[in-house]
Design a binder for this molecule. Structure first.
Ligand code: HEM
Length: 464
């Protein structure tokens, strides 16, 4: 097969350079979804100059290659800049155990407290809602991972992380790795700044993972700031340099990976609420019925709020935070449906194609009810938004609880509506790995004086 390869289908290319340049580096997910219809195939192959990319455009192809064939498709491409941050290395198992479905129960209170503080900030400074969402997304993971309590969006832990993750997001977006992949490009003069950026990027990442880790180590003795770092440190007496290195980078990866997708999901929810007030009212009515107005929602209400859950699924479907997941690469040659997939192929699960399956009517509209329809419900984003197989997101359970408690607390206490000019344009970033809403405005008010009082009183009880 190698001598006479039959590659999976893809757009037509040119002699020598193949079709790799047909892979658009900016916001490629919609184009890749169009190819699915145009070429009538759910697997697309791009190749040229010794490199190859395989795009998986259906749940079936994704499950076959990233789950069942996980033994050969669970590497990540080597990102020149990001290196170790995109993987958990030896410590992956540790991360999955530490953040498993039962283990995350002990974080409910932190998540509930931080959701209340978010509502309070929204009421006090509604115009700064982007900053508030940014702050809570970082706060949850900093508190849990490092026992670090920060209360300002301009705290250095948050601003450093933002600058670093902006760089990481650009360096790992689909297409950015073309310059990693096509070695000759690195020698072209236009790539020179990239080389300098790579060095600076590595320094930023080193500092991102080291600073909060050292904080956690320094505060362990006092016992006042329990953290994941401390728990894993205490779990063994064999603390070799290798163990310490893995622990530092594993927790750093959690810190790096956690904030952006949460940020994107909550902002997408707020945008949808401003645009679809009637859906907001239905979710609020359910919360009023089930939770009442005497208390804030808690994580344990999750199973009793079917409409709110459908609304969260629709948020994740309407605009997936990671439209192309996080790239994988194959560790050896393999065949799929009779086609050769060469070793080192970058594999991209295009979950956008699942979210926008043509079988769904009005896929551009925000309709939570589609997830309540028994026969025609789309595939649950819980099955595709967090990745697949052995590289599935270790933060999934924590993240699902965070997203639930933030969204239900906001719904319970605030009305989100259109800005004074009456317009929200649903526009999203296409230039990073995580795709979040572009700057937009909305109006935020307390639902009533009762909900306002509830937030103020409950905020005084917060221990974070
Ligand atoms: C709404 C929130 C989130 C979404 C949508 C999300 C989604 C994803 C996806 C799609 C992947 C790639 C999985 C694959 O290759 O199959 C991933 C990986 C990862 N996520 Fe998340 N994630 C979220 C929140 C979090 C949180 C809260 C944490 C940490 C506490 C986290 C930590 C990680 C790490 C460390 C990886 C890399 C795993 C590996 O390479 O083995 N994520 N996430």
């Amino acid at each position: 097969l190698r001598n006479n390869p039959r590659y999976p289908p893809g757009p037509s290319g040119y002699p020598l350079v193949g079709n790799i340049f047909k892979f658009s580096p900016v916001g490629p997910w919609t184009k890749l979804t169009e190819y699915k219809e145009k070429l009538k195939t759910d697997i697309l192959f791009f190749h040229g100059l010794g490199n190859s990319i395989l795009v998986l455009n259906s749940m079936e192809a994704i499950t076959d290659l990233l789950d069942k064939e996980g033994g050969i498709s669970s590497d990540r491409p080597v990102f020149t800049v990001v290196g170790e941050l995109m993987g958990l290395g030896q410590a992956r198992k540790l991360a999955h155990t530490a953040l498993g479905p039962n283990a995350v129960k002990r974080y409910h209170t932190i998540q509930e407290d931080l959701a209340v503080l978010l509502c309070k900030s929204m009421l006090e400074k509604p115009l700064d809602f982007f900053g508030h969402v940014r702050l809570i997304s970082s706060r949850i993971v900093l508190a849990i991972t490092y026992g670090l309590s920060v209360d300002q969006a301009d705290n250095e832990y948050i601003t450093d992380a933002e600058a670093t993750m902006d760089m990481v997001g650009r360096s790992t977006r689909p297409g950015a790795f073309l310059c990693d992949l096509i070695p000759v490009m690195k020698y072209l003069p236009s790539w020179m700044p990239f080389q300098q950026e790579a060095k600076k990027g590595r320094e930023m990442i080193e500092s991102l993972v080291t600073k909060p880790y050292n904080y956690a180590l320094q505060h362990m003795a006092s016992g006042e700031h329990p953290s994941l770092v401390q728990e894993l440190w205490d779990s063994t007496s064999e603390r070799s340099l290798g163990f310490q290195h893995d622990l530092k980078w594993m927790t750093g990866s959690l810190y790096g990976a956690a904030g952006d997708s949460n940020y994107a999901t909550i902002l997408t929810f707020m945008m949808a609420m401003a645009m679809y007030p009637e859906k907001q009212r239905l979710a609020q009515a359910e919360i009023d019925r089930v939770v009442g107005s005497e208390r804030m929602p808690s994580v344990s209400d999750r199973a009793s709020l079917p409409y709110v859950n459908a609304l969260i699924k629709e948020t994740m479907r309407w605009h997936p935070a990671l439209p192309l997941g996080i790239a994988r690469s194959t560790s050896k040659d393999t065949t799929y449906r009779g086609f050769l997939i060469p070793k080192g192929t970058v594999v991209l699960p295009n979950v956008w194609a699942i979210a926008f399956d043509p079988a769904q009517s009005n896929a551009d509209e925000f309709v939570p009810e589609r997830f309540l329809a028994e026969d025609t419900a789309p595939v649950d984003p819980g099955l595709w938004a967090f990745g697949f197989g052995r590289r599935i997101c270790p933060g999934k359970h924590l993240a699902e609880n965070s997203v639930f408690i933030i969204i239900s607390s906001l719904l319970a206490t605030l009305d989100i509506s259109l800005p004074p000019n009456g317009v929200v344009n649903p526009e999203f970033d296409k230039d990073h790995l995580v795709s979040y809403p572009h700057d937009f405005k909305c109006t935020i008010n307390a639902r009533s004086s009762t909900t306002e009082n509830l937030v103020q009183i409950r905020a005084q009880e917060c221990k974070v």
